[in-house]
Design a protein around this ligand. Sequence first.
Ligand code: 2PG
Length: 287
Amino acid sequence: MAGSNRASAFVNEPIVCLCTEQAPAVSQSFQMSKYKVLVMRHGEGAWTQENRFCSWVDQKLSADGVKEALACGHLLREAGYQLDVVYTSLLSRSIHTAWLLLQAIGQEWVPVVKSWRLNERHYGALIGLNRAEMALNHGEERVKQWRRSYDLTPPPIEESHPYFLEIYNDRRYSTCDVSKEDLPRSESLKDVLERLQPYWDGTIVPEIKKGKLVLISGHGNSCRALLKHLEGISDADIVNVTLPTGTPILIELDENFRPTKPMQLLGDQEAIQAAIRKVEDQGRSKK
Ligand SMILES: O=C(O)[C@@H](CO)OP(=O)(O)O
């Protein structure tokens, strides 16, 4: 892990991440950044409107999600970013976000590379359930733990689950670097990091080391897992990290892939705070 005591909080806090006083992972000597990487959660998905756990169900972007992806591209174009490669999951909402962003930035030729290892966290038996109803039945704190804790794994998806066949019979999952039987049936954030890290280390890092500007169009929890790794966010602090949809996060790294400065959420900071609150509020019972 890169560093170990760096706390970041995206909830009710200034957008630049907060650093604990002790042993921050950010280089003390203000080393020059050697590498930059952009990480973003896809635009809002269609099921966000219904407030259902989406996970590996292949929902498309909502109308607002399309707008968010295009707005990201415009933002990056205005800031002069020149992308070299974009990584997505195998899920349409992450891929469409990449396509729309590349269209808006005017860099459609940039390769888009896809892997199940960037998929959203597998929510197991919770897939398809409504978060507010879950909060009413089980309590908001329990739902927060299910959504945001590091090592809590929801019950696995059973073959009788309404979305089981839709997920596991999908041809895209015969293209993975593991057999269908070895794909997850439920995951904690820790599990997500464990399946994502080999892809980060073995596929993405070598491209960044060649000097390429990489953008990762991932999901709320696959991006949280990656940020936990890169920023050295503790198991306890990651509970308070919620990512807004459609917001690029700029991470600057030194030659050892340690952050040289706090990560930056790019865009209008008030709008970003509102977007974070919107995601947080999905877990409320709305009494
Ligand atoms: O539905 C999901 O899979 C995720 C968001 O992609 O939900 P949550 O924000 O509750 O982790």
